[in-house]
Ligand binder design. Structure first.
Ligand SMILES: [Fe+2]
Length: 363
């Protein structure tokens, strides 16, 4: 690592990468006693109260990974280069995402053993989940409510107007198509909520009907392929605003959003696709022509055998899905013979990320 500095910035390079560090940006990151509480690492001062025009007075390299910086307000702090680079590169401490289609994924079920180290098992499940956007766990007790016990090992449950958990069974007068026996094409759940539920758990208690297989699609892979193969359709779907709506006798829920949401840096951030609940806003018919044509392209992709990964949930199987990334569905089933009973619930991204990071430190 080579570095040099002047009062206004520190410059250093590692390999081909060059970095320029602002004095206040560095000063705010001091972990010295008096600067942050040594337990919580929270700041003990307001950065706005540091002198205006703070400068670098002196920089010394302590070893390959450590710099000692003296600032013009006489504060002296030690910095770990590795941690600075992680922050600069916005490393999140999570496994890199692996985009997949049907041919690049295979069925893997994590057999849960109630009698062995739970943390190691949860770590492996969450590692796989963060890479692929879903994970399937098997050998759980196929009992009413067991999904809650398992979900609480990972995080807090997000209760909705469907309750703490919802039962996916065929009903006579359902308030949602999930509670019928018809086929459900690839969709994401509850785009009409604010915030949209992050992670869905779907747990199988009975599945003896003919049909009723589960399907899942990597929406990020579809969006990435769409961007390469049909950039116009991709742009239309990342720009067109839609109103997603749900209504029953107890709740009226609405949320505006786009089918493909991008981050400020242009990364694919979230897919909202729910064909039965989306109402594109009133606009110029030519614009709507473009939108409908683009949506057809995406609809064809998310329901094609190239992207759909189909499998059967057996009693005791649980699928954990990132509802911002994956789309899910099921084939129709026949209730004349056997029965099908799934239970579902939602938890937040925060929970699963936090749990994974904590377990990473422990394991
Ligand atoms: Fe669903």
């Amino acid at each position: 690592m080579d570095f040099n500095y002047d009062p206004k910035e520190i410059r250093f390079s590692i390999g081909d990468e060059q970095y320029r560090l602002h004095p206040l940006w560095m000063r705010e990151r001091s972990l010295e006693e008096g600067a942050v509480d040594q337990n919580s690492l929270q700041r003990l001062y307001d950065p706005e109260k540091i002198i205006e025009g703070l400068e670098i007075k002196e920089v010394n390299k302590l070893d390959e990974d450590k710099l000692l910086i003296k600032f013009s307000d006489n504060h002296v702090a030690k910095y770990c280069i590795k941690n600075l680079i992680k922050e600069i590169k916005r490393a999140k401490g999570l496994p890199d995402k692996v985009f997949w289609n049907k041919d690049s994924i295979s069925l893997r079920k994590f057999k849960f053993d109630y009698n062995t180290n739970e943390n190691k098992q949860i770590y492996e499940i969450l590692e796989y989940y963060h890479k692929y956007g879903f994970a399937i766990v098997s050998k759980l007790k196929p009992e009413d409510g067991e999904i809650i016990n398992f979900a609480e090992k990972i995080g807090y449950i997000r209760e909705t107007n469907f309750g703490k958990l919802f039962n996916v069974k065929s009903q006579k007068q359902p308030n949602d198509l999930a509670y019928t026996s018809i086929e459900l094409e690839s969709h994401t759940d509850n785009p009409y909520r604010k915030p949209v539920p992050s992670i869905q758990f779907l747990f199988c208690i009975h599945n003896s009907c003919q049909g009723g297989d589960s399907t899942i699609v990597d929406g990020f892979k579809v969006a990435e392929d769409l961007k390469n193969e049909n950039p116009n359709a991709f742009n239309t779907l990342t720009n067109t605003l839609i109103n997603f709506k749900f209504k029953d006798k107890d709740a009226i829920l609405e949320k505006t959003g786009k089918i493909i949401k991008l981050s400020e840096r242009g990364e694919i951030k979230q897919i909202k696709y729910s064909n039965r609940l989306d109402f594109v806003f009133y606009q110029d018919p030519k614009k709507l022509d473009e939108f409908y044509a683009s949506k057809r392209v995406m609809h064809k992709m998310i329901n094609s055998s190239k992207y759909i990964f189909k499998f059967r949930l057996e009693p005791g199987d649980l699928i954990i899905m990132n509802n911002y990334r994956t789309l899910h569905g099921r084939t129709s089933y026949n209730t004349a013979e056997g029965n099908r009973w799934l239970q579902g619930l939602y938890i937040d991204h925060d929970s699963a990320k936090s749990k994974f990071k904590l377990l990473s430190e422990e394991i």
